[in-house]
Design a protein. Structure first.
Lengths: 167, 81
């Protein structure tokens, strides 16, 4: 297996509410989305919403989550019309820090339900900083041709998202 | 920040350097963002409630330890590493 960078996007000075990759090449086996993000929301961490192929009804995204906040750990399950791309550094986290995210999408050209893993570490120079680890099942049975990441606030300047192809 | 929210669309069928478009959101997309914002506010409230509940347990456990009173299992869990 080898890994090849497909594209990297860096958010410019105005910020952006959404980043979408379309016409994803179908010649790979797996995909890896790597992101370094900061949101303008006035909170320590923020969540964005991720969808494959813009599929967003019937609760197609399920996951089991392990999480920590710097002083305790917990777990729960989620189901919804989008995958909660959690743990994004918010505007009250330490200035100029960004959260680090990885979403691994297995067998993305298959016509089966997609299995993914997600991990993130938020950055904050204090006790409270969030970490999430998730096993994801995405009931999207067509080959993944687009990935949409929507932020209800704004991805701040210098946020980056990279898409890799594993082949 | 920009006055009009924008999205970045990356068309990977195009050659490198010609893939990125910055597009203003439609009214429908802006409405969808408002719903997302409400969900985000709820998520933040849930996180805060979880942190507050843990802190209350810790405070209670500490007070009982000082007073020599027995802890509940939940309180003891906050002390055991």
């Amino acid at each position: 297996m080898a890994m090849q960078l497909v594209e990297t996007i860096e958010v410019g000075s105005g910020g952006a509410t959404s980043i979408e990759f379309t016409s994803i090449p179908q010649d790979g086996v797996d995909l890896l989305l790597v992101a370094s993000l900061r949101s303008a929301r006035a909170s320590l961490v923020d969540d964005a919403q991720l969808k494959f192929n813009n599929v967003g009804s019937g609760d197609p995204y399920e996951d089991v989550e392990l999480r920590g906040n710097g002083s305790s750990v917990a777990s729960n399950t989620n189901a919804g019309n989008w995958f909660r791309f959690a743990g994004i550094n918010g505007a009250t986290s330490t200035t100029d820090t960004f959260s680090s995210h990885k979403l691994y999408i297995s067998n993305y050209t298959s016509t089966s339900i997609k299995a993914c893993s997600y991990d993130v570490v938020s950055e904050n120079n204090a006790t409270t900083a969030y970490q999430y680890l998730r096993a994801v099942s995405a009931n999207v049975t067509a080959a993944i041709t687009s990935i949409q990441l929507d932020e209800s606030s704004v991805f701040q300047e210098h946020s980056t998202v990279s898409l890799y192809k594993i082949y | 920040m920009s006055e009009t929210p924008v999205k970045i669309v990356v068309d990977l069928s195009q050659p490198k350097g010609q893939r990125e478009s910055i597009i203003p959101l439609t009214a429908e997309e802006i409405a969808e963002r408002d719903a997302m914002a409400a969900q985000a506010a709820q998520d933040e409230a849930d996180r805060q409630a979880e942190a507050d509940a843990l802190q209350a347990l810790k405070d209670s456990a500490k007070a009982k330890l000082i007073a020599g009173d027995p802890l509940t299992a939940e309180e003891a869990d906050t002390l055991v590493i």
